[in-house]
Every structure is written in C-alpha cells, then in structure tokens.
Ligand binder design. Structure first.
Ligand code: HEC
Ligand code: HEC
Length: 238
C-alpha cells in the first residue's frame, strides 16, 4: 500500500469521525433543548432568588402562545380595518372636487374630467395665484349661480409652492404616507390636525356644494378618516 493511499484513508476516517461527532452532537443538543424547554439556559429554576421561573414557564406554554396569537390576530384585524377605511376615504381624496385643488403641477384643475384650469391661472408662491391673476379676482366667498361661473368659498386657493400637498397620481399607500408626514402637511399633531381639517375646513366642506359631490357624504367621509386613524393609521399595501 502506498503512502498516498494510507493518507487518504486516514483522511476519510477523520472526516467520517468529525461528521459523526457533529451529527450526534447536534441531535443530542436538540433533544436536550426540547426537554429543557421550560427552563431555558441560564435560568436555574431551583434558585429561590429567581421567582420569575414560574412566569418563564408560562411564557412558553401553549396557552400563552395562543393568547399571543390571538393578540396578533386582533392587531392584524385592526390594521386591516384601518386600511379599508383609508381606501374608502381615498375615493373622496381623489375625487375631482378635492383633487382639482391638489394637482401635481402648478395649475389648478377644473371640472369632472380634471382638465387644466383655463385663463392661464397658476399656483403662485403662496397658492393664491401668480402676479395679478389672483384666485380671488374670480372666486368669491360663495358659489356664483350659473353655468361656467366660478365656485367660491372664503380663502379659495391652492396649497403653497413649498408644501404642494399633491393628491393627483398618488396611490393609497403614497397618500397615507404623505398625510402622516409633517414635512408634507405641516401638521403638528397628526390626529388632531387631520381630523380638524377634514371636519371643519371650509374648502373641504365646499366640495359638497358644487357640481357632482364626492362618492361619500361628508359625515361618512369624516367617519372613515377617523376610523383609519383610531385603528392605527395603517398604511395600505399599494
Ligand atoms: C379650493 C381648493 C381646495 C379644495 C377644493 C380642496 N382643498 Fe384641500 N387643501 C387646500 C389648501 C389650500 C390646503 C393647504 C392648507 C391650507 O392652506 O388651508 C389644503 C390642504 C388639505 C389637506 C392637508 C393635508 C395634505 O397634506 O394634503 C387635506 C387632508 C385636504 N386638503 C383634503 C381635502 C379634501 C378631502 C378635499 C375635498 C373634500 C379638499 N381638500 C378640497 C385647498 C383645497
Ligand atoms: C379669471 C378668472 C379665474 C381665476 C383668476 C381663477 N379661476 Fe378658478 N375657475 C374660474 C372659473 C370660471 C371656473 C369654473 C369653470 C367651469 O365652470 O367650467 C373655475 C374653476 C376652478 C376650479 C374647479 C373646481 C371644481 O371642483 O371643478 C378650481 C379648483 C379652481 N378654479 C381653482 C382656482 C385657483 C386655485 C385659482 C388661483 C390660483 C383660480 N382658480 C383662479 C375662474 C378663475
């Protein structure tokens, strides 16, 4: 037998031994840890100074897992309902009566097809119109009755240029993230300011007085926004 062959046989034997030691070692570690489930390493349950043992035993009992799972299910359920409430409110946010003042460009939108505002109207730095073409030149404190006459409400304007508050083109997910970010809204207290805005803002209320109203009543809309926030203001998946 050559030196080389002996060497490789020794090597093979060595490999087999290592393999066996590892396998047996791993298997017994599994068995031991399974048997010790209630008393994790480092927790000597005979030590009277450690009364937490009882709790730790319960903590990994099947009953506790069940409670934990129930909690998880309840939270999941809440988050799901929160998202659904937002999706309902989203239809209002994206309705022309709202979106026409929340365009992605610097021109307001008009009508039920949200076309660009005629007469070369532009946002301007403060949202109140550019140069001499101010919103309030044409938009009065109330709606003017008659075809093609401008709708009106006190303080008729777009959000300012440094906080455009764009709705147009945003998915529910993007819009929900925007509402929760003070960088986009300027809200100091998200819940309070958001609720106040959708409940009381004259420009929001106005949307139910002009042409085709949004798909929910104002009360239903406010209730959906409230439910979204109360159930954790969850961010929709898309
Ligand atoms: C006439 C224009 C106009 C209309 C119509 C309008 N908004 Fe606004 N919206 C504004 C302006 C301007 C602001 C900025 C805050 C301010 O100056 O009051 C704003 C801000 C908001 C904000 C603050 C958060 C943010 O970042 O977007 C929300 C929410 C909002 N509007 C919802 C609505 C909803 C809902 C409707 C329709 C029911 C609506 N708006 C219709 C002009 C309008
Ligand atoms: C020269 C007059 C004039 C000026 C200035 C003007 N608008 Fe208008 N706007 C109108 C008229 C008229 C209508 C209605 C058009 C129609 O009936 O189709 C209108 C409609 C709108 C609508 C559509 C509302 C809806 O729900 O369909 C929005 C939004 C709007 N204007 C925003 C603004 C904003 C914001 C400014 C200032 C940045 C402004 N407008 C400046 C005349 C004007």
């Amino acid at each position: 037998m050559s030196m080389e062959k002996t060497n490789s046989r020794t090597q093979n034997r060595l490999r087999l031994t290592i393999y066996l030691v590892l396998t047996v070692g791993f298997a017994s570690a599994m068995v031991l840890s399974a048997g010790n489930k209630n008393y994790p390493a480092g927790n000597n349950h005979k030590d009277p100074a450690e009364p937490a043992t009882e709790n730790k035993t319960i903590a990994s009992s099947p009953i506790d897992n069940k409670i934990e799972n129930t909690f998880r299910d309840v939270n999941k359920q809440r988050a799901q309902e929160s998202k659904e409430a937002f999706l309902a409110a989203y239809k209002v946010f994206m309705h022309p009566r709202c979106m026409n003042c929340h365009p992605k460009g610097d021109v307001p939108l008009q009508g039920d097809d949200s076309h660009l505002h005629a007469q070369g109207v532009k946002r301007g730095p403060d949202g109140k119109g550019l140069y001499a073409l101010k919103c309030k030149n044409c938009h009065q404190d109330e709606n003017l009755n008659g075809d093609y006459l401008p709708p009106g409400s006190p303080g008729w304007h777009l959000p300012p240029v440094n906080m455009r508050m764009v709705f147009e083109g945003k998915t529910p997910r993007q819009l929900a993230i925007q509402f929760k970010d003070p960088k986009f809204t300027g809200f100091k207290n998200f819940k309070k300011d958001m609720m106040h805005h959708v409940e009381k803002e004259p420009l929001v209320l106005h949307s139910w007085t002009y042409r085709a109203p949004p798909p929910l009543s104002h009360e239903e809309f406010v209730a959906k926004v409230k439910e979204w926030i109360d159930k954790g203001a969850a961010i929709p998946d898309k």
